[in-house]
Design a protein around this ligand. Sequence first.
Ligand code: B3K
Ligand code: ZN
Length: 852
Amino acid sequence: PVVTRREDYREPDWRVPEIALDFDLDPAATRVHATLQVERNGSHDAPLRLAGDGLLALVVRVDGVVAEDWTMDGDDLVVPLSGAAHTIETEVEIAPERNTQLMGLYASGGILCTQCEAEGFRRITFFPDRPDVLSKYKVKMTADKARFPVLLANGDPIAQGDLDGGKHWAEWHDPFPKPSYLFAIVAGDLVANRGSFMTMSGREVQLGIWVRLPDLPKTDHALHALKLSMAWDEKVYGREYDLDVFNIVAVDDFNFGAMENKGLNVFNSRYILADPDTATDYDYDAIAAVVAHEYFHNWSGNRITCRDWFQLSLKEGFTVFRDQSFSADQGSAAVKRIEDVRGLRASQFPEDAGPLAHPVRPDEYIEISNFYTATIYNKGAEVIRMMATILGPEKFRAATDLYFDRFDGTAATCEDFVQSMEQGGGVDLTQFRRWYSQAGTPRVSATLTQEGGRARLTLRQVVPPTPGQPVKEPMVLPLKVKLFGAVTGRALCDEQLVLLKDESHEILFENLPETPVLSINRGFSAPVVVETNRTAKDLAFLSAHDDDPFARYEAMQQLMLDTLVTSVANGTGDHQAVIDAVRNTLTDANLDRAFIAEAVLLPSDSFIGDQMTVVEPEAIFRAREALRQDLGKALATEWRAAYEGSLANRFEYSPAAKGARRLKTVALGYIAASGAADADGLAFDQFRGADNMTDRQGAMTTLVNGASPLREEALEAFYTRYQGNGLVLDKWFQTQALSSREDTLDRVERLAAHPDFTLSNPNRARSLIGAFSVNQRAFHDVSGRGYRFVADQLIALDKLNPQTAAKLLPPLGRWKRFDEGRAAKMRAELERIVATPELSKDMFEQASKSLD
Ligand code: B3K
Ligand code: ZN
């Protein structure tokens, strides 16, 4: 396989300032006629090389004359040219209905749509398909009017008309030069939920959320989120929208969440459609976050794009940071931060500690699609957040203004961004740049020692070795630190921002009136693992008294984690400290319910496993269940009170109502864990009486994890009620695949043969296989059957959709973390995958790297 390296970057030989595309759309055979204005870039005599993927040139014209001297080099079309500028025309035929990869032009439930990022445009037409070639696009589409009454493309609509034979056409122009990965068209029988937005300079933008008619009632939330996002980007970053229309289309078959094509976002329908009966609070929040994310890309991604794909985090890290900040501003910022950190720990930390670890700005890839990772997105967002922390809000805004000003209309690099931060913020980020080049999660040890009225904080950092990077240099770690008095709970100093730059560093605190307790990495100011010498008593104290809500949550998590890791090692544990701390939080009238629900939740099986040298799935499960049971029993009264306090609520989408629902279901889980005789009945009543999906799915999850026969009844009722709704059926599959029951593996094998299961829809494939492979207990069944099942499914999926298959591989690659027996079985499956004939390069890269 060919390896692409960052250091090999060269400017393109030819630029394409303009392109006109003419589509004769038909699911079985679509004709694509392309007219490219090409210009030689610099003085060289290289021919024009146009990337293709599975395309056959039916005709090539140079300056209007049919050319005969072109050649194919693999999939690329090579045209020898003598002058400085030419007009090149090509014609190809493609079959969207046979496109199972969902890259390029494809069909989803009768809608024709495109996905081009990263390299899908070359499956539509021959083109220098790289992000530093920016062109103005004119697009004409012709199609059957009855089947495809709506024809959309990037930019603004220019003209449309009817033709003989039931056909019609439409033409769109996008005045903003853009890379080919942002190209999009959609044709289908769609209706729009329309709205408008007045920009800060007084231009009115027409908004449309396009879906199939029956889905129209489920689009208000997305439209509202779009308007909020547009206003937020004006207020917080001074960024205004720049076209007269902004359209979003929802389709059911999509390889990831959504796509930021200029003026025409295409979305996975799960991130658009919502009503209380079918979407959970989590879905509502995710919809708003993804709508915001794609909208924010208009500036961080589209107006300023990436020079090459190694710079991917330039747009993704920054845009995730922007969408996280947006969501934080809509509700509880503390709860949002907790959720984001939990996500980072669940997906990015394991990636950084495993065989697929890579820097935020990678150095090489075989298949770029494999690099749309938690490291590029979420660690990338943490890197931006740290710069924002170091600069402070005013300077950070000045620096982003400078960045947007200076690089507007260009294809930029991560280096360009960092330089803008340095100049706009007046800081030196030389050493900070290691966050872009070094992989691995730094580990900090923080030791506080007291000598009379003085205390000494000793900090040390280690960056662990990762594949290809055995030795690391120290990083810049911005750590927010504060001390509290162990007796009075009073703050003993103001919060300080410590920049740990060396391998070790000491800080002295003087004139302390009482014994200090250390609060560190407040707000999760650096994406690191912190080890401290704090006792269970210190942690319990902080969980009740710290004035930073994240630090309070973190102290509780650490207390739970320490308790659980000890229990796993000893086979039994002392749960009293956790019980007391949870009681304190649960009964604290000053805390909001959403925060309480987060804080009293135990760390996941996998996160407990991540703390251990060798992961023991069954022992972890037992230790966690034992703690859940003790918490359930010891706090029976408190859980009842928390549960009943939220019972009477009717559905409303507000931070307070969401918090109440969350705490109610968390409490229900503990009531069930306690073994209370009426727990199953309570869950079933909640399931039956729910007026919203959050309560219904929460109750069903409790039942599905339990032993009551009511669980089959609930599953059956849920299935019957939602049989026609694909997005809700995904929840039905997912809830069963995530079950903590002993028979989950059997159940999942049966579900794979269910008539509603299919590998050709990515959401469905992920709801069963993706969910199962993060179910630590079930996936790591000692028999190795879980591994075999996932490998079989991925081998089959790879034949249809390599990108989605390769994304699901990483859990199988974590064999080094397990005992020899499991590791050997996992490796055997990886070897079987690598040996599969006609394996995609996507899967080859993921599986072969995981074997090293
Ligand atoms: N930029 C797209 C992701 C494209 C993934 C290509 N494999 C969505 C997003 O991050 O907004
Ligand atoms: Zn993005």
